[in-house]
Design a protein around this ligand. Structure first.
Ligand code: NZQ
Ligand code: ZN
Length: 387
């Protein structure tokens, strides 16, 4: 097992009715800015629960953060934060609202052009950001218990990430009841995103970190088993709870400790969202199978372990089991009605591979992946294989 440090300071309030408890988590004398998205919280009762819980607090609102949180929208919130001397942020939404809030937390005390935080990947250390909490409404990203965020800028067709140990939420409420109102399209996105988060930290080489390996495999199996239950017509509270906790556990830092991690699927996927507006999770389903086929030689040991331990495939040579693992992965995405080819999302796909190669070269992303060896030319070939 590799050396590691692990600190995750986010307090989790899990379960039905827990939103009411945020009154005790948000400092009584804080000037709070509640940040939310396009309005789903006004239709499912979450907005009312938050307002009721914070009825004795000084609270302002900023709504309209779009999916793939947009820089141009967030700078308006930043101005408001400065004008009103806001000192606590409360994100009420999915990954986009939470990520937007993390960016605002980082930018509030940053001297200089806020976009630099993304282009220069400026990290935010403990005590540097504005404190914030979250009420999660969409299980998917794990942003509610990690310190990373991703911001989009339409003007320049960019989608960039940053983070730092100062950007963990102080608390996050995980009430599975919110899953009731999530449309099927977003549920399958959440399942796919969380599943791929595990793969990014797992599909490298077999590792001696037994516990991390087994936890990762458990999350994958739990997501597979939970998928049909959360997609059924009747709401199933226990399934919703498992779905939610799997998504959080997939990316709260735990399973990446002591092991090597990849993350190249996300790097390529973010480009597809920036160019075509494809939902984040779907970009991962487009890239992942090709990425694993392209890097088959280095990943085949782990692919075979995945096939065996997660899907019960015990027959065949190592190579045959590894390939069967990739096919199982594709079948799983297809079972969620998630397409795995770029051409199934846009007719405009020609030239995308060259565009990704150019963007990575310009950003000097010359060594991605678990061994920092994946070049922009490799990325080009993987994206081409994903057409
Ligand atoms: O905006 P509203 O009206 O709230 O509607 C949202 C949005 O349209 C809706 N929704 C959320 N909760 C709902 C609901 N609709 C009904 N009922 C509810 N309870 O769902 C839509 C999508 O929401 P969004 O927040 O965009 O989705 P998600 O959580 O998948 O977040 C995606 C963003 O997170 C980034 C992605 O790149 C993308 O920008 N990621 C963040 C990560 C992190 N911070 O660790 C890691 C991920 O890999 C990912 O990159
Ligand atoms: Zn993701």
């Amino acid at each position: 097992m590799l050396n590691f440090e692990f600190k995750n300071p986010t307090k989790i309030l899990f379960g039905k009715g827990e939103i009411a408890k945020i009154s005790k988590e948000v400092p009584a004398n804080a000037k709070v800015l509640m940040i939310y998205g396009g309005g789903s919280i006004k239709n499912n009762g979450v907005y009312d629960q938050v307002k009721e819980a914070l009825k004795d607090h000084e609270i302002y609102e900023f709504g309209g953060v779009p999916a793939n949180p947009e820089y141009e929208v967030l700078v308006n919130a930043l101005q408001f934060i400065k004008e009103k001397d806001i000192d606590f942020l409360l994100a009420v939404g999915g990954g986009s609202v939470i990520d937007g809030t993390k960016f605002l937390s980082a930018a509030a005390n940053y001297d200089g052009e806020p976009w630099e935080i993304l282009t220069k990947s400026v990290r935010t250390f403990e005590g540097e950001g504005l404190p914030f909490g979250t009420v999660l409404t969409l299980p998917a990203t794990g942003s509610e218990m990690n310190s990373g965020y991703v911001i989009s800028r339409r003007e320049t067709n960019e989608k960039l990430s940053s983070g730092g140990p100062g950007l963990f939420p102080q608390f996050s409420v995980l009430d599975p009841e919110v899953v009731r109102s999530i449309p099927a399209r977003q549920i399958v996105n959440g399942l796919t995103d969380a599943y791929t988060h595990v793969l990014e930290q797992y599909m490298t080489a077999p590792s001696p970190a037994d516990l991390q390996e087994r936890i990762a495999e458990s999350i994958l199996i739990s997501l597979q088993e939970t998928a049909p239950k959360v997609l059924a017509d009747d709401f199933d509270y226990e399934a919703a709870g498992n779905f939610m906790w799997c998504c959080t556990m997939a990316l709260n830092g735990l399973i990446q400790k002591g092991v090597i991690t990849d993350w190249a699927v996300h790097a390529m996927g973010h480009e597809l969202t920036a160019y075509f507006g494809i939902d984040h999770a779907r970009t991962l389903a487009i890239i992942a199978p090709s990425h694993y086929r392209y890097n088959f030689e280095v990943k085949k040991g782990k692919l075979a372990q995945y096939a065996e331990r997660v899907w019960g495939i015990k027959e065949g040579t190592l190579e045959e089991r590894a390939e069967a693992g990739i096919r199982k992965l594709e079948d799983f995405f297809h079972s969620l009605h998630i397409q795995t080819k770029l051409s199934e999302y846009t007719e405009d796909f020609q030239g995308t591979a060259e565009r990704v190669e150019k963007a990575f070269t310009e950003r000097k992303w010359t060594g991605l992946g678990e061994y920092k060896k994946l070049t922009p030319q490799d990325a080009k070939k993987i994206v081409e294989m994903s057409y």
